[in-house]
Design a protein around this ligand. Structure first.
Ligand SMILES: [Zn+2]
Length: 257
């Protein structure tokens, strides 16, 4: 038998496997994504506190030879987020962020960094008053940090090809394939771009660093926020090659804000 391991982890997903067992996706601080089977998890005291999303746990795992799934032996809840779990919009945003991490973490990100991102994201959602603008900012800030962590942050201050500053551009356009700003002289025939407003760019600068950037007035304009959201979404498409399952639900929450 292989050794048991203790991991501090977030539960990103738990799906029923049989009547009593769950297949659980965890994001561990030291080894990133792990998949494990929790046997008899629904009735057992070894899993009290709930094997579900929005749980930071101390998890005991036992890796198995030639098997992608560890055994999930027991856990202790270290932290949960009661305010997050009480609010539909927060749950939707939190679920989307969790799916994003689950899908992206197969790529290359430092596991400690990914863990800290999730930690801050859940805590901010939990602590946020019920304010639509703030919730949206928490989400997009998390997205920007994720893109940065995976090395695919779109270029938001200069042409991603030649480095020309956005302030010197006669019009602002972003590559539809997610790389960010592209100046008119660098654009090659047929390259798909979308025009964006200067206000959209300011919103994106704000999302990149909401703590030290003053909130731009344009943040109150839904169409500008929508445009900013598209720019980030295009960058995720570039690495995910698809939209996430939780995306439509997220869009419906954000569109009524
Ligand atoms: Zn250029």
């Amino acid at each position: 038998m292989s050794l048991k391991e203790n991991h501090t982890a977030f539960i990103l997903r738990a799906i029923p496997y049989s009547e009593r067992d769950l297949i659980v996706t965890l994001y561990t601080k030291d080894h990133g994504l792990r998949s494990a089977i929790a046997k008899n998890s629904r009735s057992s005291k070894r899993f009290s506190g709930g094997v579900q999303l929005f749980r930071k746990v101390d998890a005991m795992l036992q890796p198995r030879k030639n098997n992608d799934f560890d055994l999930f032996l027991e856990m202790r809840v270290l932290e949960h987020y009661p305010n997050l779990e009480r609010d539909y919009d927060k749950i939707t945003i939190g679920s989307y962020g969790s799916e994003l991490m689950r899908e992206l973490a197969r790529g290359d990100i430092d596991s400690q960094q990914g863990f800290d991102l999730l930690d801050a994201f859940y805590q901010e959602l939990d602590a946020c008053p019920n304010d639509a603008r703030q919730l949206e900012t928490i989400l997009h800030h998390f997205e920007v940090l994720m893109l940065k962590g995976f090395g695919v942050l779109p270029s938001l201050h200069q042409c991603h090809r030649c480095g020309k500053s956005y302030q010197d551009m006669d019009r602002l356009q972003c590559k539809r394939t997610g790389e960010g700003l592209l100046c008119t002289s660098c654009r090659q025939p047929g390259e798909p771009v979308g025009l964006i407003e200067e206000d959209t760019l300011y919103i994106l600068h704000y999302y990149s660093n909401p703590v030290s950037t003053p909130a731009p007035d344009a943040l109150e304009q839904q169409d500008m926020r929508f445009q900013a959201r598209r720019v980030l979404q295009n960058s995720f498409r570039l690495i995910l090659q698809k939209d996430l399952k939780s995306r439509p639900m997220l869009e419906s929450v954000l569109s009524h804000q």
